[in-house]
Design a binder for this molecule. Structure first.
Ligand code: NAP
Length: 318
């Protein structure tokens, strides 16, 4: 297979990747967007989106589809393929994909996002049989059932309260006796009579059989006592991990594993930019991801203009 040569390769198909595609496409850079395995990124774990400006209260799948079409309309080639290796050590950069494709890129925009953090306990592999990382995707299956939510942050409470629409009881298991979630959410959660709290406790094992999950083994971290707690489902919301394994040793990552970027979405390698949750553990919103993805593409265009000594047709900075 011959080596394909591109101006810009965008890795990732969430809001950051599609916004980068839209901007790089409009700049006539003929960008290639490699989707990875999760088209839509974390939006694909959501049913409704009500906080994307201009898109009030509609389905997440529709938003993703619209983003993809808009990028394609301006010339972005969207290809379903998974990047398996990158080499940013020399320019042009090199990428390899699962299909066997080898690509040479003058610039790269990384938009590989983040994924839900796992507990790492036995039984967690029962995803789809009682274990879930997405209330909006799976809550419907727990009508009048008892579920456990693990975590004490905003996501645990927000998703837990969403689950009370279906479940008869939602038990939040938190490893401390104080929640991390903001006080407004805490107030709402404490007032919701379907929400219950199990403090100072961790899930040591998720127990299940052919029929799926039937209980969790809990350990009280203060007393060391263990107990079995019957439940039909376990929803895990303990934060996220950035999808950056591919870039280890290639670009600078921070102590949490996120890509370090400056205000111009530039990584530690000139010509490699990043946008979205892969470089942001603070906001993690579809709209902020789209914003930084667009910024990364604008800067990739500027980088190429300087590299090739052509007029820079985009925005001026300073
Ligand atoms: P988070 O704020 O990092 O909270 C993670 C929670 O999981 C914490 O309570 C943490 O316990 C617990 N935890 C972490 N690892 C654990 C483990 N191995 N076992 C048991 N518990 C564990 O994550 P998040 O709730 O996903 O929120 C992430 C960001 O998105 C935050 O900035 C948040 O404000 C934002 N967000 C906002 C909203 C909203 O505003 N509506 C909704 C969702 C998310 P400790 O407290 O003991 O550390």
């Amino acid at each position: 297979m011959s080596v394909e040569k591109r101006n810009v390769v965008i890795i990732g198909a969430g809001p950051a990747g599609y916004a980068a595609g839209l901007y790089a496409g409009r700049a006539q850079l003929d960008p290639l967007l490699l989707t990875g395995r999760e088209i839509g990124g974390q939006l694909s774990l959501t049913l409704d989106v009500e906080n994307y400006p201009g898109y009030p209260g509609a389905d997440a799948a529709g938003l993703i589809e619209t983003m993809q079409k808009q990028a394609e309309n301006f010339g972005t080639e969207v290809r379903i393929d998974y990047v398996t290796a990158v080499d940013f050590g020399s320019h042009p950069f090199r990428l390899e994909a699962e299909s066997g494709a080898e690509i040479e890129a003058k610039s790269v925009v990384i938009a590989t996002g983040s994924s839900p953090r796992q507990l790492g306990v036995p039984g967690e592999e029962m995803v789809g049989r009682g274990v879930s990382y997405c209330a909006t995707c799976d809550g419907f299956f727990f009508r009048e059932k008892r579920v456990v939510v693990v975590g004490g942050g905003d996501a645990a409470l927000e998703e837990g309260m969403f689950l009370t629409r279906f479940a008869s009881e939602v038990h939040v298991v938190h490893r401390r006796d104080q929640l991390r979630a903001n006080v407004t959410l805490q107030d709402r959660a404490f007032k919701n009579e379907k929400m219950r709290f199990i403090w100072d406790s961790v899930v040591e094992e998720i127990l299940g059989g052919d029929e799926g999950v039937y209980a969790v083994r809990l350990k009280n971290v203060k007393t060391g006592e263990t107990s079995e707690f019957e439940t039909d489902g376990v929803f895990i919301f303990i934060g996220h991990e950035p999808n950056t394994q591919l870039y280890e040793g290639q670009i600078e990552l921070d102590d949490k594993g996120y890509i370090v970027t400056d205000k111009l979405q530039q990584t530690s390698v000139k010509g490699v930019f990043a946008g979205g949750d892969v470089q942001d553990y603070i906001y993690r919103q579809a709209v902020t991801a789209a914003g930084t993805g667009a910024g990364a593409a604008i800067e990739a265009e500027r980088f190429l203009a300087e590299l090739e000594n052509r007029a820079y047709p985009g925005l001026t900075r300073d």
